[in-house]
Design a protein. Structure first.
Length: 419
């Protein structure tokens, strides 16, 4: 591993995820695979459909592109998520065609499983005494599950009262020691980093370079599902910026290996109430100014993103764009995705809301080939779904409220006619 700040070298088998010399983020240094182009594409194709072993995982199937050892892996398996038409949500976004990569269909219901299989596999290889993370919910759920499968104690730091019940329930059910911190996510991450330094637990947040290796495979699998024809745009929600960093790494490597002929542009989308990355983009990335986050999209409710430097590089290398959208736009986008039969948690819908804004601003053309990443499952935050449909807003009536009826067929007929 090498520090992205001071360039110090750190052994790849170290428990450190930050530079011991300057606290900079570490990055894995590895050579690209010797196989290139068609040879590499054919190798990946032969592994599809495997029912056990590393090839059954949508992460480890691409192991030549990962700077991680594929021995004695901890896997569900993960990945193998669909790339599907957005259906009626494409019209809502203003696109002639729009596809979504639904990472909410991973084993614990979010994209976090892709990074966690690599991070926890590495922790077991190092015989870590325990693994830990700070989380707004999805990371905690994923770490708890993978740590349980690995037989390693897990410690999760969660901001008290700011995590959806579905995510908290997963962390508890999988047996993680769950600490409700009186503070926001950034306070949780600061405490988790201190625990890693002083107590010797292995930190598996997205600052961990092995986590990013797994998250790269979202893009690799997407490109393979596109027949290795790169789309014009890949849109994704942006919180702590691990995915933004990982996506750029994957696209640059895929292009260098001859898997794709050109690099798509990234569109990183934040919520207006938690948009430090978007503000930095508007100023040409001259500086990052942390904010006190406040958004209904809890999975991206982060005011001081840890992977900022890596994400800046990804945006620059892909000629990407960073934007932000209102909470109302996120919820409306979620309703459009849900109504298309796809479903997602609120933060996921930021990607589609961001595409709608970019189409209206003339940055994305209506006929561009666009893929949106949905990062979490619909049932990750069911309370928000119910509130959205039961209650009216200033600009609209209640969307699809449940209706009490008497047990008569006439009542059913009236409900059908009303629908």
């Amino acid at each position: 591993m090498r520090c992205s700040r001071c360039a110090a070298a750190v052994p790849a088998d170290s428990l450190d995820v930050e530079c011991p010399a300057c606290d900079g983020l570490l990055e894995l240094v590895a050579s690209l695979p010797s196989k290139r182009g068609d040879t590499l594409r054919e190798l990946f194709a032969t592994r599809r459909g495997a029912i056990d072993g590393p090839d059954a995982s949508g992460v480890w199937r691409y192991r030549e592109m990962l700077a991680a050892c594929a021995d004695d892996i901890v896997s569900f398996p993960e990945g193998n998520t669909p790339l599907v038409s957005a259906g009626t949500a494409a019209h809502w976004a203003g696109c002639l065609t729009l596809r979504v990569k639904h990472e909410g269909l991973n084993p614990t219901g979010s994209f976090k499983d892709r990074g966690m299989t690599v991070g926890v596999t590495h922790a077991r290889r190092l015989r870590a005494r325990a693994v830990a993370c700070a989380s707004t919910g999805n990371t905690a759920a994923s770490l708890a599950a993978y740590a349980a499968r690995a037989g390693i104690p897990a410690l999760v730091f969660i901001p008290a009262g700011k995590v959806a019940m579905g995510k908290l329930a997963q962390a508890l059910a999988y047996g993680a020691r769950t600490l409700l911190v009186r503070g926001d996510f950034d306070a949780c991450l600061s405490l988790a980093r201190k625990a890693a330094r002083e107590l010797g637990v292995y930190l598996v947040n997205s600052i961990n370079p092995y986590r990013l290796e797994g998250q790269k495979t979202i893009v690799l699998e997407m490109l393979e599902q596109c027949g290795w024809h790169a789309p014009d745009w890949i849109a994704l929600p942006a919180g702590n910026l691990g995915n933004t960093a990982a996506f750029g790494m994957a696209l640059v490597a895929a292009h260098a290996c001859g898997l794709i002929g050109r690099i798509p542009r990234l569109l990183a989308v934040q919520a207006d109430g938690a948009a430090p990355f978007a503000h930095a983009f508007d100023s040409g990335f001259t500086s990052l100014r942390p904010v006190t986050p406040n958004t209904v999209a809890t999975a991206i409710n982060i005011g001081d993103p840890a992977s900022y430097d890596r994400a800046v590089r990804s945006i620059r290398e892909t000629n990407g764009v960073v934007t932000s959208v209102r909470d109302e736009d996120i919820l409306d986008a979620k309703a459009a995705i849900d109504a298309a039969g796809l479903g997602c948690e609120p933060a996921s819908a930021a990607s589609v809301a961001g595409v709608r804004r970019m189409v209206r601003d003339g940055i994305i053309a209506p006929d561009d080939d666009v893929v949106c990443v949905l990062t979490g499952h619909l049932l990750k935050d069911p309370d928000i779904v119910v509130r959205f449909h039961e209650h009216a807003r200033e600009d609209r009536e209640a969307a699809n409220p449940p209706r009490p009826i008497d047990p008569t067929i006439d009542e059913v007929k009236r409900a059908l006619d009303r629908r």
